[in-house]
Design a protein around this ligand. Sequence first.
Ligand SMILES: Nc1nc2c(c(=O)[nH]1)N[C@H]1C(S)=C(S)[C@@H](COP(=O)(O)OP(=O)(O)OC[C@H]3O[C@@H](n4cnc5c(=O)[nH]c(N)nc54)[C@H](O)[C@@H]3O)O[C@H]1N2
Ligand SMILES: Nc1nc2c(c(=O)[nH]1)N[C@H]1C(S)=C(S)[C@@H](COP(=O)(O)OP(=O)(O)OC[C@H]3O[C@@H](n4cnc5c(=O)[nH]c(N)nc54)[C@H](O)[C@@H]3O)O[C@H]1N2
Ligand code: SF4
Ligand SMILES: [Mo]
Length: 733
Amino acid sequence: MSLVSTFSDFLRQRDGKLTHEMILAPGRFGLGKTPNRLQPDSTTSMVCGYCSTGCSLKIHMKDGKAVNLTPDPAYPVNLGMACPKGWEALAPLKAGDRAVTPLLRDGSGNLKPVEWDAALREFTGRFKDIIARHGREAVAFLSTGQIPTEEMFMLGVLAKFGMGFIHGDANTRQCMATSHVAYKMSFGFDAPPFTYKDFEESDVIVFLGANPCIAHPIMWERVMMNKRKPEIIVVDPRQTETALVATRHYALAPKSDLALLYGLSHILIREGWIDERYIAEHTSGFEEFKAHVQTFDPEAVGRITGLGTEKLKEFAALLKPGKRVSLWWTMGVNQSHEGVRTAQAVINLALMTGNIGKPGTGANSITGQVNAMGSRIFSNTTGLPGGRNYQDPAHREDVARFFKIDPAAIQQKPGLAYDQILSAIDEGKIKGLWVIATNPAHSWINQEDFRRVAAKLEFLVVQDMYHDTDTARLAHLVLPAAAWGEKEGSVINSERRIGLFKKVSPAPGQALADFYIFKLMAKYWGCETLFSGIDTPEQAFQAMAELSRSRPCDFTGISGYKQIDSLGGIQWPYPETSKLPPVPERRLFEDGRFYHPDGKAKFQFSPPQPIPDPVTEKYPFALMTGRGSSAQWHTNTRTGKSEVLRKLYPADSLVEIHPQDASRLKLANGDWVLVKSPRGQARARASVASTVQPGQLFMPMHDVEVNRLTFPAFDPHSRQPSYKHCAVLVEKI
Ligand SMILES: Nc1nc2c(c(=O)[nH]1)N[C@H]1C(S)=C(S)[C@@H](COP(=O)(O)OP(=O)(O)OC[C@H]3O[C@@H](n4cnc5c(=O)[nH]c(N)nc54)[C@H](O)[C@@H]3O)O[C@H]1N2
Ligand SMILES: Nc1nc2c(c(=O)[nH]1)N[C@H]1C(S)=C(S)[C@@H](COP(=O)(O)OP(=O)(O)OC[C@H]3O[C@@H](n4cnc5c(=O)[nH]c(N)nc54)[C@H](O)[C@@H]3O)O[C@H]1N2
Ligand code: SF4
Ligand SMILES: [Mo]
């Protein structure tokens, strides 16, 4: 009670402004010590808030505010480099549409500013009411891979152990679910084995469904630092920016990757180009796998992939043991109706050739968002903190003991996946939804379906740094969040490196760090004892470290933020017991031991499945979607706010089309067209180029209209959406 009155009094006193002062003096509000120490007037380094490369930026401060930045030359990730988004990282903070106060929809349907006190009462009151009337399964949350791990952890603990939610998922379902499941089944834990140094130490670098020149430009710079004259192979239906500078490009038919990978395995086994000793000592299931790939002969696979027999043989010969081969994949693999099996087919190739645990090797999934990995290990959505499983009674007990809760109160299986949450809303089973740091009204597959079901919700809360995102516009309550640069916390990059966010700028208006919002919600809900002793992000970090103890991701050896800062980030595992030297780069599985009980990695496989939305006479084009330029980030809420970045990407949305198709449709470069699927249509300018093959199209995902077209198919193991393939038609406007 005292919290409520002092808190709103404070806001009133301050004219509802300057709540960052509250962050600086939170002791007055029962929130413990300040978690967000504003950095002093000097230069400080922190991890960029966009992609999972995890570059470090030196932020230059004046009068308590960040005024400029330069890439950090001392950080082992980027070595002084940054892409345009990194250079422009401060611009989105100053945008005019920042959410500066909570907004509540009033009786006439308009979003009106309210104080935090009213917003939090509304939040807890409405969710409690829905749960009282319809039960715990009637509420859900959708979160993100873009906030610090501490915040994901607080959210998962608050929602599931405090508020009693059963269902909660994250936008990482759209992105990393496939890799997470694939690694877990193959290695026994979700553990990407590589370090970026492997880019420099490979002889053969294979990119499958990945376009690092655009999506991970600084990882690509690391490839360019390889002095071994590597063979660089791109497997992508499109001639991407990366394919153009690679040494070989295999432009396979869309979604024929699984057949290709089984075909390559077939040839490697037949020719004896495998590492029998590694297979015998460190893997299980090889004999079954060998029998499985027997039918994938080069002739058949050459036909299915459109590559032909000779190219297939040439490709296989490049993977022969004797050279260091590293295999890297991203969304062209993960976003598929058979993504998990495809990722595992990549893992199988690495295992059978012994390309794992050594410099320049690995079956390596590149993550997407800055903290996709934090979400996979600590968000308490699809698994319990520390990469534990809901299904495991011992894991439930570990976590219950830590939080001093009844193990019986922890659900015994994961909640619904993203698409299933939306179906449950459609069926009237879920009535309240809380969306944090993601913009599904733009990014979700078959977007119109999201908008249609969102309209059925009794209560939609959106917590974002901007008040007018496509999703915030649908909300009943908008909660203003502080952004990257306005708060502290840690994130985990693609190579398992834990790095830091810092506060270098005050948040505008009443916006609060998500960490603080969750702390306040716990107070208002009446479950704040869950977080006793966790008043600062660093204390949350210590709690997570404790929960990582003896897990494969153990980082109990990290003493705190200061050590992370001084060492240039630290890769997990970093257990207290191992006394590992703080080396800048480390890879996994050097001892050949995996996380399954028998210590071996498992060959996982099953037959390829038909494409869910094949082209037809009426819809004759296969549409692929993905990243458009290094200056655009997803739904453009942030990158669209930088004048510099806006000049670096096309003003209008584009659709790539092959010259043969363009001439048949009488299209010139730049003509406006309508792209249509049975679900909706999108306007774009034709970009006539042989980057795509005849019968194929490509559209960047940054245009809001693109996901009106996409077809809602999902991988059966990971439930990741298959964004990369749907059948469409094209009409000239
Ligand atoms: N500039 C920028 N960088 C980003 C992002 C951003 O929005 N903007 N987002 C970040 C995030 S969250 C992610 S997940 C990553 C994504 O990074 P990437 O996965 O590298 O990017 P995408 O363009 O989505 O997809 C990669 C490629 O998959 C190809 N592809 C399509 N279908 C198939 C197929 O059937 N088989 C194969 N082999 N390939 C196929 C596409 O042609 C595309 O070139 O990027 C991260 N980096
Ligand atoms: N067609 C097609 N669709 C795709 C893809 C594709 O390849 N093709 N890729 C998919 C993939 S891989 C991904 S990862 C998703 C991404 O999809 P989204 O997650 O929906 O995209 P973002 O634009 O990154 O949305 C992040 C939101 O969080 C807000 N935000 C930023 N920082 C903070 C913060 O600190 N706190 C809070 N509370 N809010 C914050 C931003 O303003 C923004 O509204 O898109 C998916 N959609
Ligand atoms: S590559 Fe990624 S992490 Fe590095 S500066 Fe660009 S967006 Fe930031
Ligand atoms: Mo992603």
